[in-house]
Design a protein around this ligand. Structure first.
Ligand SMILES: [Zn+2]
Length: 79
């Protein structure tokens, strides 16, 4: 089974892999997330807290513009 596929959405070629996409925008490859409504958001818009040391851990932020991350943050709150 292939884990990577290339599809064309809204005229943009993108590569799908584990929920993160690489979209070619203005001649540059940008990593983006797909939103719940199907729109995309740049991965670098992410406002989650990343702690690189000593172990790589990510705390999802409710302020993150990426839907998937806000959903995870809400789940953590509810847990
Ligand atoms: Zn985020």
């Amino acid at each position: 089974m292939r884990t990577t596929s290339t599809v064309v959405v809204q005229g943009r070629q993108r590569v799908e892999r584990y929920g993160i996409y690489f979209a070619r925008i203005a001649g540059r490859n940008r990593s983006v997330y797909r939103q719940v409504d199907g729109e995309i958001e740049f991965a670098d818009a992410c406002k989650c807290f990343t702690d690189w040391q000593p172990d790589f851990t990510v705390t999802r932020s409710l302020d993150c513009p990426i839907d998937e991350h806000r959903i995870l943050a809400l789940r953590e709150l509810a847990a």
